[in-house]
Design a protein around this ligand. Structure first.
Ligand SMILES: N=c1c2ncn([C@@H]3O[C@H](COP(=O)(O)OP(=O)(O)OP(=O)(O)O)[C@@H](O)[C@H]3O)c2ncn1[C@@H]1O[C@H](COP(=O)(O)O)[C@@H](O)[C@H]1O
Length: 119
């Protein structure tokens, strides 16, 4: 990847970092004024359920919706994923590090290297 493309990619990631810090700040906010605080007050299972619902809505739009509706649902998925990360103590850097660890390893090659399952 060129230096310019890499810089552009880092800038795009910024919005996720900013959203993460906003949601972190909402941990101590009142559920009456913050949707993130309200979700976190309802517990991990509810947050995970909401994430699952948003993911399913994203799938539905990917199959039968418009490009715009897929973009909108994708934003919902990312917001709810970040609320789940904050609640579970996962920082974006933890996920970026895992993606970096996988960088350059083809999914096909990785799958082929797994030990064969024996039943
Ligand atoms: N990106 C988002 C974002 N995307 C979606 N949503 C909200 O997510 C909610 C989803 O609505 P649903 O009816 O599906 O969910 P729900 O109200 O929990 O419904 P039930 O589970 O009770 O049925 C709506 O209220 C949306 O407005 C978001 N709320 C907040 N953010 C970001 O988070 C920041 C902090 O928000 P607050 O925590 O509200 O201050 C904001 O400044 C935004 O940047």
């Amino acid at each position: 990847m060129s230096k310019e493309k890499k810089q552009a990619a880092l800038t795009r990631n910024d919005i996720l970092e900013r959203l993460y810090h906003t949601v972190m700040d909402r941990k101590d906010a009142s559920p009456s004024v913050s949707h993130s605080a309200r979700l976190m007050a309802r517990g991990r299972s509810k947050i995970a359920q909401k994430f699952g619902e948003e993911a399913v809505e994203c799938v539905i739009e990917a199959i039968g919706g418009t490009r715009e509706s897929l973009i909108s649902e994708s934003a919902d998925v990312l917001y709810h994923l970040i609320v789940m990360w904050v609640d579970a103590g996962v920082a974006p850097a933890d996920v970026w590090a895992e993606l970096e660890r996988r960088e350059g390893t083809s999914g096909i090659a990785e799958k082929a290297s797994r030990p064969k399952e024996t039943f």
